[in-house]
Ligand binder design. Structure first.
Ligand SMILES: Nc1ncnc2c1ncn2[C@@H]1O[C@H](COP(=O)(O)OP(=O)(O)OP(=O)(O)O)[C@@H](O)[C@H]1O
Ligand SMILES: [Mg+2]
Length: 674
């Protein structure tokens, strides 16, 4: 039976039958061409390298010389050279370039070839082929009036970075020819990494996308897969979200994506060969930027790659292709129903998902991140279900990234009873709270003139003297909304360098939108103040800066509170862009009484009469009441705070302000100090 005999025949090769010579590949032809340059000398030599080279030459020249054999091989092609031949056809490579590539690749994994090259190239040249050697070896392939060295050093393979050249301080014939290791591996059908680039997996499980995003990604994938060299710009969203979407689009197109920084692509040597590598591995390159306002880049061409490209950028700046246009997909937070679905997926069953979806405008990536953290916090407490407080705590713990450098967290929870207000202020704050709660869906239920340009952001100016409770009210609002609050450090935002202030602010606002946190700009008039009359070139620049800030703050999607001591310092155009302006008046006697009570707490020893006396007598803002109570508490020590302690505290505050104590309290103070 034949099948029973076969293994035995394989196990016992007949000693007198020579092993069949394997079909030569392109690297064999390249080595044969090298050997042919010194045919006679090799035959005379007894060196191992010479014997090896002669044998390789014989292997190829079974019928005619290596050139004829090569021509037959190129016409037929073999499976092992499929990738290189495919690439050669796509890039239009000359046969001399094809052999140079095959040889440069071969030398990376064949020690004997390295030795043979040293042998052939002695005394100048090492174990990589030099241009001089290749010029001689591949001369038979060059056209009559051309030189192989020019073809190799200046052809398509060199231009797209497939072939690299080393030792370039030496004369040109001594330059050696090489191939980056990832390219060698890619030609052998092995996927590897490209230094500085990141291979993104298929659809990334870490960030579940909303249904509408997935559908949109599939539409873009179809377009990218059907046309040749088209590009798509993914704009806005967080860097992580953009990455996930790039991976999702590539996945939907049946490919994978490789991420590379835009700055790297702008410097050619850094990415030489990258395009060829991506093409060989069937990857879609995703080129990523984080541009500042007014910056512009042209999507670079990746030499050797002619497939679809994805560009990634934040909200600012512009990326265009050479024709000046680029199809862009601007990433927006998913609509409310999808947010609810994402929240339930992240948090588990319950009504919290609906509540969070209605109240906040989180994005898919953020929901997944907060959900996971909130679940861990609940688990720490041995609770099944995360609560709203867990989500807020999670938001605090992960919001910091990117914001910390430019803003300071104000983490105190401010309960209702900590804030003393006049009836008007209470109404204003309640209206602001309602506006913030409804900001997401407000536009949708109104007429076309609103819908056409609706921004869900809320910008409120809190105006009033120092210590009137503006920062406290901001904290109260953040507590009620369940959002982290960050106070913007204007000193770290503003810069004397042209364009830097805008860049910092753009970065800050983008982070705040991504993380869905509230921003508080103290002394906002210094940033959003009046435009000046142009007298010097600096003024023009300052005005351009204000214009940018006006436009950017208008499109801000989050909640921004600004405080100032006076509304008259603001630019008129800016005032119009504010949604709410709230006055914080100095407290009247009634509010002052409430302020003393809310600061003194339960354990004080003041009579109603004494309380009325200080509330009526000392016209201080809340901030001073706070200081006076702290001073009184220190003086009282362990015993309950008494009238005399408070009067001392008040006297200290008046001294600080450089004011005289009112007569009634002066008398009391004199009585105390006597
Ligand atoms: N309306 C108020 N209700 C309760 N406490 C108040 C109120 N206003 C001020 N305070 C007390 O004064 C302190 C300082 O107030 P806050 O920092 O909010 O003032 P501000 O208006 O922001 O002042 P500035 O303009 O100087 O920043 C608060 O921590 C609080 O103790
Ligand atoms: Mg303040």
């Amino acid at each position: 039976m034949r099948s029973a005999e076969a293994p035995e025949a394989l196990a016992r090769p007949a000693a007198d039958v020579p092993a069949p010579t394997p079909t030569p590949t392109l690297r064999d032809f390249a080595i044969a061409a090298l050997a042919a340059t010194a045919r006679e000398a090799l035959a005379r030599s007894t060196d191992a390298e010479a014997a090896w080279l002669s044998e390789r030459l014989r292997r190829v020249e079974t019928q005619d010389d290596w050139r004829g054999a090569l021509q037959r091989h190129l016409a037929a092609g073999t499976a092992r050279d499929e990738r290189l031949l495919g690439l050669a056809a796509r890039l239009g490579l000359h046969p001399a370039e094809v052999l140079a590539v095959a040889l440069a690749c071969a030398v990376e994994d064949d020690v004997m070839l390295g030795r043979a090259l040293v042998y052939l190239q002695a005394p100048a040249g090492g174990s990589r082929p030099t241009l001089g050697l290749l010029d001689t070896a591949f001369a038979p392939l060059a056209e009559p009036d051309a030189r192989a060295i020019d073809v190799i050093a200046g052809g398509a393979a060199a231009r797209c970075g497939l072939l690299g050249f080393g030792n370039d301080a030496a004369p040109r014939p001594e330059h050696n020819v090489m191939l980056a290791p990832p390219l060698c591996l890619a030609l052998a059908g092995i996927e590897s990494e490209w230094p500085g680039a990141t291979l993104l997996g298929g659809a990334q499980a870490c960030c579940p996308l909303s249904e509408s995003m997935r559908a949109e990604a599939a539409r873009h994938a179809e377009r990218l897969a059907s046309a040749g060299s088209v590009a798509l710009l993914l704009r806005g969203g967080s860097p992580a979200e953009r990455r996930v979407l790039a991976a999702e689009i590539a996945h939907a197109a049946g490919r994978r994506t490789v991420l590379v920084a835009g700055e790297r692509c702008e410097s050619r040597p850094e990415v030489a060969g990258f395009g060829v590598w991506a093409a060989l591995n069937g990857l879609i390159p995703a080129v990523s930027w984080e541009l500042g306002p007014g910056e512009r880049r042209i999507l670079p061409r990746l030499a050797g790659y002619d497939g679809p490209l994805i560009a990634l950028n934040g909200q600012d700046g512009s990326i265009v292709d050479e024709a000046g246009a680029l199809l862009a997909w601007t990433l927006a937070p998913p609509p409310r129903e999808e947010r609810a679905a994402l929240w339930s997926r992240a948090l588990g069953p319950g009504t919290l998902a609906q509540e969070l979806a209605a109240l906040h405008r989180h994005r898919a990536g953020r929901i997944a991140q907060l959900g996971a953290q909130a679940r861990q916090l609940a688990a720490l407490d041995q609770r099944e279900q995360p609560t709203r407080e867990d989500v807020l705590a999670a938001a605090w713990s992960v919001a910091g990234a990117g914001l910390d450098a430019l803003a300071e967290p104000l983490a105190d929870a401010i309960p209702d009873e900590a804030l003393v207000t006049t009836p008007q202020l209470a109404r204003d704050l309640a209206a602001l709270l309602a506006r913030c709660r409804q900001r997401d869906a407000l536009g949708a239920r109104l007429g076309p003139s609103i819908r056409a340009r609706y921004h869900p952001g809320v910008k409120a100016l809190l105006c009033g003297p120092s210590g009137a409770g503006k920062t406290l009210a901001a904290g109260w609002l953040a507590t009620r909304l369940g959002l982290p609050l960050y106070r913007v450090d204007l000193a770290s935002i503003t810069s004397k360098y042209i364009g830097e202030t805008e860049k910092n602010l753009a970065q800050l606002l983008a982070h705040a939108e991504q993380a869905e946190v509230m921003l508080l700009f103290d002394e906002a008039d210094s940033l959003f103040g009046k435009r000046t009359e142009v007298k010097e070139s600096n003024d023009r620049y300052a005005n351009a800066q204000t214009n940018y800030l006006l436009q950017r703050i208008e499109s801000f999607d989050g909640v921004a509170l600004l405080t100032s001591n006076s509304r008259s310092r603001f630019d008129a155009a800016f005032m119009r862009r504010l949604d709410v302006v709230i006055d914080f008046p100095l407290p009247g006697p009634q509010e002052r009484r409430a302020l003393w009570l809310s600061h003194l707490g339960e354990r004080h020893g003041l009579t109603q009469y004494e309380l009325n006396r200080i509330a009526a007598g000392a016209d201080l803002a809340g901030g001073h009441v706070r200081n006076a109570v702290l001073a009184a508490a220190v003086q009282a020590g362990e015993r309950p705070i008494g009238f005399a302690d408070v009067v001392c505290g008040i006297a200290a505050e008046f001294r600080k302000l450089g004011r005289q104590l009112p007569p009634d309290l002066l008398a009391a103070s004199d009585a105390v100090t006597r």
